[in-house]
Design a protein around this ligand. Structure first.
Ligand SMILES: [Zn+2]
Length: 190
């Protein structure tokens, strides 16, 4: 069965190839997205973007792990990205595993950080925990010491939280915790 799935994917690839084959496109994405691995939440499809448009980092639970943060740092420092989006979604399996405390040892790296968010507020429902998990990732990015964190602090990089609703196929912005930072006015800095 896995072999037939692979063959059908290869066949589908032949019909999905981009039109300008032969040219290597520039790597200048307009934005970076940290998003859950859930197959129903493909960032490029959600935002109607194509090859080269989005720098995408994915893991189960859209966690700002060291690898995820370093990947976004690369997007900012080397690719010129100035907008980083953290996108969670409704009915997230990682969040539900934390809520139901059904995690198995091999899932601890995914569920553990989400469980920590419940420590302060154990009564959060799924929707609230999904939003808190998005905000937590934004917090981690804002506090990080690399190009993303530095870019946020000086106003060169913007971060935004997003919640994708599987039922309605809609995206809602989740307020960033950095809204209170002082905006930097270049003209005043002279
Ligand atoms: Zn998920």
């Amino acid at each position: 069965m896995p072999e037939s799935t692979w063959q059908s994917l290869l066949a589908a690839h032949e019909t999905a190839r981009r039109p300008n084959v032969g040219e290597v496109p520039d790597h200048r994405p307009g934005a970076a997205v940290l998003c859950c691995s859930d197959a129903r939440v493909p960032p490029s499809a959600v935002f109607g973007q194509s090859h080269g448009d989005l720098f995408v980092v994915r893991n189960a639970g859209n966690l700002a792990t060291p690898v995820a943060v370093a990947s976004l740092d690369y997007a900012v420092s080397d690719l010129g990205v100035d907008l980083a989006i953290v996108m969670g979604h409704t009915q997230c399996g990682a969040v539900n595993a934390a809520l139901n405390d059904t995690s198995e040892p091999h899932l601890e790296p995914v569920v553990g950080p989400i469980l920590e968010l419940l420590a302060d507020e154990p009564d959060l429902d799924a929707g609230q925990l999904i939003e808190k998990n998005i905000l937590s990732a934004l917090d981690t990015l804002a506090a990080s010491g690399g190009p993303v964190g530095e870019g946020i602090r000086v106003g060169d990089v913007q971060i935004v939280g997003a919640l994708y609703d599987l039922a309605t196929d809609s995206v809602v912005e989740i307020s960033a915790p950095t809204d209170t930072r002082e905006p930097r006015h270049l003209s005043e800095a002279q």
